[in-house]
Design a protein around this ligand. Structure first.
Ligand SMILES: *Cc1c(COP(=O)(O)O)cnc(C)c1O
Length: 387
């Protein structure tokens, strides 16, 4: 079957873009590796396909699935999250334009905007996105074209009111871009709250199995879709067919995985909160998190990402990071296996010494889909090694 956009999330995840193959009836659409397509006479294409950079059926299937899940009119798949971000900014910003972004944005996003696109004349101002007055002031100070937010943010787990931020951006004639990597469309759909563009590193929850790098953009507006589509084709940072296939396969089970990630995140956060070694637990599912009520309103549940700060400072954080056996010490997040990351030297090393720097006593946990008791037992034995 195919799914219409009124079907439930999991029905859309399994069926959107996934109609069976008409010739053989193959239930899983075949993976198309061909780079080029036979023409029945010059320019007479069989079903619109001409050359692999411009269009590929396997990539199209993923794009249709992504658009259906985020509630967009169009989606675009790229070779990585940063490739998607770069193409987006080229599509909508010009020299002299300005980007206002969260002061705890993903380190690679800040590096792209500040160190690469800065040289092309695009300015930026990092601000605390949970402070809407500060955002409005920063937006008004320049020719702001883009307001860029991650919520929950990485790794400080701050929550921003997407609907209110969209109003601030639109009042100033800017577009609101939401990096929805941490929440995924199962937990939060920013386009429905007024955002103009959703960005994903599909490497994380959408792929979900730590075996494929990719990125995506999803939009509602047809004019914006046309601009992005042109850049995707003209710049060519597209995802390959195998990557698109793996991402589609992961995306089909997003809902069931996210339910477990959220359960495990909540269990781990509540356990951490009881521990004497812990200075702070940053998890929006905890009632005393400053963004708890807002997160409860704009998210379905609170996800699998938990950050924790230690009273014993950097030494305690390093001891735990280097002594777990179920949690693997590694970059990245969002896979079925639990990962632990020390942001100030790993994912966020590129923002060390800037105002986006992450506290040295902080560990970021990506809670996988293992059994919660095993995750907690693993943390308990690592905590016992803190001196
Ligand atoms: C990983 C990540 C990115 C960058 O995506 P890549 O696929 O690594 O290029 C962007 N934003 C967030 C929130 C991320 O976690």
């Amino acid at each position: 079957m195919t799914a219409n956009n009124n079907a439930g999330f999991n029905t859309r995840a399994v069926h959107a873009g996934q109609a069976f193959e008409p010739r053989t009836g193959a239930v899983v659409p075949p993976l198309h590796f061909s780079t080029t397509y036979a023409q029945d006479g010059i320019g007479n294409l069989r079903s619109g396909y001409e050359y692999g950079r411009g269009g590929n059926p396997t990539r199209d299937a993923l794009q249709e699935q992504l658009a259906a899940l985020e509630g967009g009119s169009a989606a675009f798949s790229f070779g990585s999250g940063l490739a998607a971000e770069d193409s987006l900014i080229r599509a909508i910003a010009r020299p002299g334009d300005h980007i206002v972004l969260g002061n705890d944005a993903y380190g690679g996003t800040y590096r792209l905007i500040n160190r690469v696109l800065g040289d092309w004349g695009i300015g930026n101002t990092p601000v605390d996105m949970s402070d809407l007055d500060a955002v409005a002031t920063a937006v008004a100070a320049n020719k702001t074209r883009i307001v860029w937010v991650e919520t929950p943010s990485n790794p400080m787990m701050k929550i921003t009111d997407i609907e209110a931020l969209a109003a601030v951006a639109h009042d100033a004639g800017a577009l609101l871009v939401v990096d929805n990597t941490f929440a995924s469309p199962y937990l939060q759909t920013p386009l429905a709250l007024g955002a103009d563009v959703v960005v994903h590193s599909t490497t994380k929850y959408i792929g979900g199995h730590s075996d494929v790098v990719g990125g995506a953009l999803v939009v509602k507006d047809a004019g914006l879709a046309e601009k992005i589509g042109f850049i995707q084709f003209a710049v060519g940072a597209v995802s390959g067919p195998m990557d698109a296939f793996l991402t589609t396969r992961g995306l089909k089970t997003l809902g069931v995985r996210m339910d477990r990630h959220s359960e495990n995140g909540q269990a781990v956060a509540e356990w951490l909160l009881q521990r004497p070694e812990v200075e702070a637990v940053l998890y929006p599912g905890l009632p005393d998190h400053p963004g708890h009520d807002l997160a409860a309103k704009q998210m379905k549940s609170f996800g699998g990402m938990v950050s924790v700060q230690f009273k014993g400072g950097e030494a305690a954080a390093r001891t735990v990071a280097e002594n777990t056996t179920v949690f693997t010490l590694a970059e990245s997040l969002g896979g079925i296996e639990s990962l632990m990351n020390y942001p100030s030297e790993m994912t966020h090393a590129s923002v060390k010494g800037t105002e986006l720097a992450v506290p040295v006593n902080l560990l970021r946990l990506s809670c996988g889909i293992e059994d919660a008791e095993d995750l907690i037992a693993d943390l308990e034995q690592a905590f016992a090694k803190i001196g």
